[in-house]
Design a protein around this ligand. Structure first.
Ligand code: ZN
Length: 233
């Protein structure tokens, strides 16, 4: 169980709803405790619909509004969307340079992101390509790139991240107690109406059910699970 509250946090996720679903309770807990919590979203989310009549740019605009609402609830210090087209993220040098640039400017102790090794979740879901690519590029950006000065030297002084927390992992080994922020997380996830349409309260119920499962593993009421890496120790 992770008890410490980091001073500065950078969360990097592929789509506008991902951080709230993955670690919204943790980010809200830290923001409430005084951490500076920054979110970097990689894509505009414009393809996240089954409706062929929705125009992707319109969906992207709607999702930006949803993210603004959820970020206010979580208490984020800053939110930036890199604006890559949904589903088209590539593990390019340019993408890694941008991630290194943000790590070096935000200078976080803790970085949160997707676990790129998590591919198959049960027999009915496999991980979104953008999640896998964002997770892999983030790891490469954190170490060695951001930590060593000769990588992307035009992006500012090197910075060593202390802790990486990977969410939506198949191998959680660290948990954060989100009992005090489960309501905030549920409300934040429900802001993403284009993604979680349905009966009122359905998304919030799903969030509680999932957090209760992790809570049972961690010995608290509600939790979020992560794979933890401790770097530069
Ligand atoms: Zn996503």
């Amino acid at each position: 169980m992770m008890e410490e509250t980091p001073g500065v946090v950078l969360a990097v996720y592929a789509h506008p709803d991902d951080a709230d679903v993955a670690c919204g309770g943790t980010l809200a807990r830290w923001a409430k405790a005084g951490s500076a919590v920054h979110l970097l979203v990689c894509t505009d989310g414009g393809k996240g619909t089954t409706d062929p009549t929705i125009v992707p740019t319109d969906l992207a605009r709607a999702r930006a509004g949803e993210l603004e609402s959820s970020s206010a609830l979580i208490g984020l210090t800053s939110v930036e969307n890199l604006g890559f087209p949904d589903g088209e993220l590539t593990d390019s040098e340019d993408f890694r340079r941008t991630l290194v640039d943000r790590v070096r400017s935000v200078r976080p102790e803790v970085v949160c992101g997707h676990d790129p090794t998590a591919v198959f979740f049960g027999q009915a879901y496999f991980n979104h390509r953008d999640h896998r690519i964002a997770g892999a590029a983030l790891l490469d950006a954190v170490a060695p790139a951001a930590a060593l000065p000769h990588y992307f030297p035009d992006t500012g002084p090197a910075h060593q991240v202390s802790t990486v927390l990977l969410s939506a992992t198949l191998e959680p080994d660290e948990w954060v107690d989100i009992t005090d922020t489960i309501d905030t997380k549920a409300s934040a996830v429900e802001c993403h109406r284009t993604q979680f349409a349905g009966q009122d309260g359905w998304a919030g119920e799903a969030v509680r059910r999932r957090a209760a499962e992790e809570g049972r593993r961690a010995g608290v009421t509600y939790a979020e699970g992560f794979r933890r890496l401790t770097l530069g120790a």
